[in-house]
Design a protein around this ligand. Structure first.
Ligand SMILES: Cc1ncc(COP(=O)(O)O)c(C=O)c1O
Length: 305
């Protein structure tokens, strides 16, 4: 990961020169907002999945932190396309970030300029647990921060200290990923993915009011489920419901649709084998992302060329 170009405040710079000052406000006070987007190799060439929705979420996240981005939504979409093109990749992960930069120290970021950058890299398997086995999860002892503490609809760097603690706890305990509960003890999401369970053929996922991020993959899955006649419910989930689910999977841009085989050492569903509904959801999601679903690929894909 040391080649290629990174877009920084309007210019494409060499990977190794994409540097910022050590007194950057966001480094000290977590005053940044970011996105994770994917570009897929599709049947009609490379295309970015739901680019407009990701850039809109970035702008919305910035609003919660009074950020003046200095770029329109269209300019940032263009910048993402230019960065992918400049790196000559047909498939990649795209990381736009906006943050309060170097200037005045102290908690108030407002005197500092907001900088924006976009990097891309190859990121194949974000979460361990192969397609057949599924990931092993543990419920974290760290409660998910909630709307009283931070704007949870914002994909802000500040939220990720909480995620990182849970993820490290899970990895050091020998698991692949953490499930986080909110301060009311209900299931929210994993450290960087939304969560779904399947019971009696229907999908269930917690509402964003639980503290879960309004995931774009989550939204795509619910939209595709509606279209394909897979029933679903958006409601609170308790920890023990996860143990008794027929199937559980995670969703996110980095992790995509990730089957879960085990939670807190309890096997999920049929001996941890990936269940039929998860398989179906994965299949329809991948078809849409790879340009094989006429209706949704057209709506959701932005071609690179
Ligand atoms: C905390 C958290 N929840 C959920 C998600 C999934 O969101 P999306 O599908 O938009 O990537 C992510 C990843 O962005 C995340 O970091």
């Amino acid at each position: 990961m040391s080649e290629g170009k990174i877009w920084m405040d309007g210019s494409l710079v060499d990977w190794d020169n994409a540097k910022i000052h050590v007194l950057t406000h966001a480094l000290h006070y977590a005053t940044g907002v970011f996105e994770g987007v994917r570009c897929y190799k599709t049947v009609n060439g490379s295309a970015i999945f739901r680019l407009g929705d990701h850039i809109q979420r970035l702008m919305d996240s910035g609003r919660a932190y009074f950020m003046e981005m200095g770029y329109s939504k269209e300019q940032l979409e263009r910048a993402a396309i230019d960065t992918v093109r400049a790196n000559g990749m047909d498939e990649c992960y795209i990381r736009p970030i906006a943050y309060y930069g170097y200037g005045k120290m102290g908690v108030n970021p407002l005197p500092n300029k907001v900088s924006v950058s976009i990097a891309v890299w190859k990121w194949d398997e974000y979460l361990k647990g192969g397609a057949e086995k599924g990931a092993r999860l543990m419920v974290s002892a760290w409660a998910r921060i909630d709307h009283r503490t931070l704007p949870m609809h914002a994909k802000a760097t500040a939220n990720y200290a909480n995620s990182a603690l849970a993820r490290m706890e899970a990895l050091k305990s020998g698991f692949d990923e953490a499930v986080m509960l909110n301060t009311s003890g209900m299931v929210v999401e994993a450290s960087a993915e939304n969560i779904f369970l399947v019971k009696g053929g229907a999908l269930v996922t917690p509402p964003t009011s639980s503290g879960a991020l309004g995931g774009i993959t989550r939204d795509s899955i619910l939209t595709l489920a509606k279209d394909r006649g897979i029933s679903f419910e958006v409601r609170d989930i308790s920890r023990d419901e996860l143990y008794m689910a027929d199937e559980v999977f995670l969703s996110g841009t980095a992790a995509e649709v990730k089957p879960v085989g085990e939670i807190d050492n309890r096997t999920i569903g049929d001996a941890g084998r990936v269940g039929p509904v998860t398989k179906k959801v994965k299949e329809v999601f991948e078809a849409a992302a790879h340009g094989k679903d006429e209706k949704f690929s057209k709506m959701w894909l932005t071609p690179i060329n």
